[in-house]
Design a binder for this molecule. Sequence first.
Ligand code: UGA
Length: 429
Amino acid sequence: MPDKPAIGIIGVGWVGLVSAACFAELGHEVWCRDIDTAKVETLRRGEVPIYEPGLRELVGKNEARLHFETDLAPVVEHGKLLFVCVDTPPTYSGDADLSRVYAVVNELPASGDHAIVMKSTVPAGTGGSIKWKLAEMNKTSLSYVSNPEFLKEGSAVQDFMNPDRVVVGANGDAIWSGDAVAALYEPLGCPVVRTDVASAEMIKLASNAFLATKISFINEIANVCEEVGSDVKQVALGMGLDPRIGPSFLNAGIGYGGSCFPKDVSALKQLAGNSGYHFQLLTSVVEVNELQKRRVVNKLKKHLGTLIGKDIALLGLAFKPHTDDMREASSVVLAARLQGEGARVRAYDPVAEDRAKELITGTEMCDTPLDALDGADAAVIVTEWPEFAELDLEKVKLRMKSPVIVDGRNLLDAEKVRAAGFVYEGIGR
Ligand code: UGA
């Protein structure tokens, strides 16, 4: 294999595109395939269809090394390592929908030179099932590697280039391809964990499920803090200094969202259930998360009484800052609940407005935070965009009908906001 082998990427969604741009930055020719013709056209014009810090610049800088195709043939012709980055959304049963993964497996030619490198998040055991499928189709010469991704939206480029670890799962029959995938990450200088395929698959699901558990745990602590008068931010600080606990993912709020945690927690719970094990803890993690999104409504009622006819401003809509991703965003449930209670909802998000419009109906989208706050009976911070912490509180107060702020992400300095004459409600403070 040449020094910098060409790479194939199948599926240029968020994971595929970030991986493609970063591999190109590391000096590889990257051949990408997506079945969405419009997306491929957009990328060929040099435009990036998602918002991810640094991605547009990286795609532009490496334009000459990035090739976007709707056909699989040129990708297979140029790349030996074929990264599968198609989406695996949840089905109604909570299982991961692997139809797109299998569509790729069906389409790939039998070849001893090529390896399927699975980056899509799949249940443990999928690699084994794919090997069976390959045998059925007389494609046993295709090698199989699991290489789960741990990127966070909003810092994906940074995460790719500075990983905590890379996991490469390959069974005994696929050692050459495991070595080749591990070698790609060598320039990044991070630990590479080599495992069998099923363990690599489980590392991914277990990591996300553990992080989601950490969030639901601190959210429940926050709810107890509200009852007993403790401040969850101080509690999290004191807990997090214990290296066995660690400070990250202890921010209480109105629940986790996004395309990963809800899907992966449910997939792991379902995987356990399908094999006869009831994963009690994850069942509670999901339940706590759902209830957490709804707590804001009671906080508003505490100060406003009925919400019928009240104007509520939502600041932030994306599932977290620095992304326009609206998948499983708490704002969707919240807006619907507020409207169900008879409130009028106005909202502002610096980048997610277009995507939000597809999911949130009956809500007026505003161009600035102050427009959303105009005449509002209360404001809810749904996403912790840094610009909300910079708002001029005097101006905010002048715009609002009544100065009530529910800070769903504990973004603001409670004392400062109260001193400015607001009624302030955080989460667990
Ligand atoms: C998550 C994982 O963090 C990544 O490691 C993983 O690669 C990715 O899923 C994936 O499987 O693809 P992501 O969904 O982009 O990444 O976002 P996170 O930053 O992890 O946040 C997830 C949710 O948890 C957000 O809604 C965030 O607001 C919430 N959160 C996070 C909290 O409520 N509290 C916290 O302390 C941290």
